[in-house]
Design a binder for this molecule. Structure first.
Ligand SMILES: [Zn+2]
Length: 238
């Protein structure tokens, strides 16, 4: 087995998905010297506000603020399927990025693209480890897979990570998606641009933080028992 190229990879269906849920974990990973990266499946080209070009630029700016690499698959927003074309595209990306830990969108999030991304990545991450699968690149399977809880998680996280020291940086990365998140009376109001959405991010982080007696924390969910690779990540970020 060849060596990893990345310690932690967070996957989003759209630019800003990762920054909504685990911007703090990504910023903290970069801060402690881990190689952290984001993979966006689409550029959110069907979004109510912004364009693919604008969202691409914002995503690059946000990654710079977090201190992480960013990769773009450029699948068609909402129209990507769970077919072989998408699976191969993801397997090639995973075999190139070679992450030790992968963070996925929630499996039961309200947005179908987020749920589909979760299922598609779980399959691609498994098949990526099969050496005889007809796909370019050396086989790769991560040590651990985790996922975010969505905007209304129904269970407490399996891991809670203190992100207090990077909180201003993490919110600056969220705010870098101006076309999506800025509350502006001259632009149509969307869920993510509503002030309550932003305060929801802070409120959830304060709640998870309160459970470990820290100002701000972010949560991860996973299959049990918790994989050793995730415990190692938690230890690196403690
Ligand atoms: Zn999204």
């Amino acid at each position: 087995m060849t060596t990893p190229n990345s310690d932690i990879l967070a996957v989003g269906a759209h630019p800003d998905d990762v920054e909504v849920h685990v911007g703090g974990i990504m910023a903290k990973a970069a801060k402690v010297g881990l190689n952290a990266a984001i993979l966006d499946l689409t550029l959110g080209d069907l979004g109510t506000r912004g364009t693919a070009e604008i969202r691409h630029r914002e995503a690059i700016d946000a990654a710079k603020i977090l201190g992480v690499e960013r990769h773009f698959l450029q699948l068609p927003d909402a129209r990507f399927t769970e077919g072989e074309t998408e699976r191969i595209a993801l397997m090639k990306a995973f075999r190139s990025i070679r992450p030790l830990v992968v963070i996925l969108p929630s499996l039961d999030d309200h947005h179908p693209d987020h749920r589909r991304t979760h299922r598609l990545c779980r399959e691609a991450l498994y098949y990526s480890g099969l050496k005889n699968y007809p796909c370019p690149g050396e086989p790769w399977r991560p040590l651990a897979i985790a996922w975010v809880g969505g905007v209304n998680p129904t269970s407490p996280p399996d891991l809670i990570i203190d992100v207090t020291e990077v909180w201003p940086q993490r919110m600056a990365a969220f705010d870098a998606f101006d076309s999506q998140v800025k509350t502006d009376p001259n632009r149509v109001m969307t869920k993510i641009s509503h002030p309550a959405f932003r305060s929801g991010i802070e409120g959830r982080a304060m709640h998870w933080g309160s459970l470990i007696l820290k100002p701000f924390a972010e949560g991860l969910w996973c299959e049990k028992p918790v994989p050793v690779g995730l415990l190692q990540l938690w230890h690196s970020l403690k």
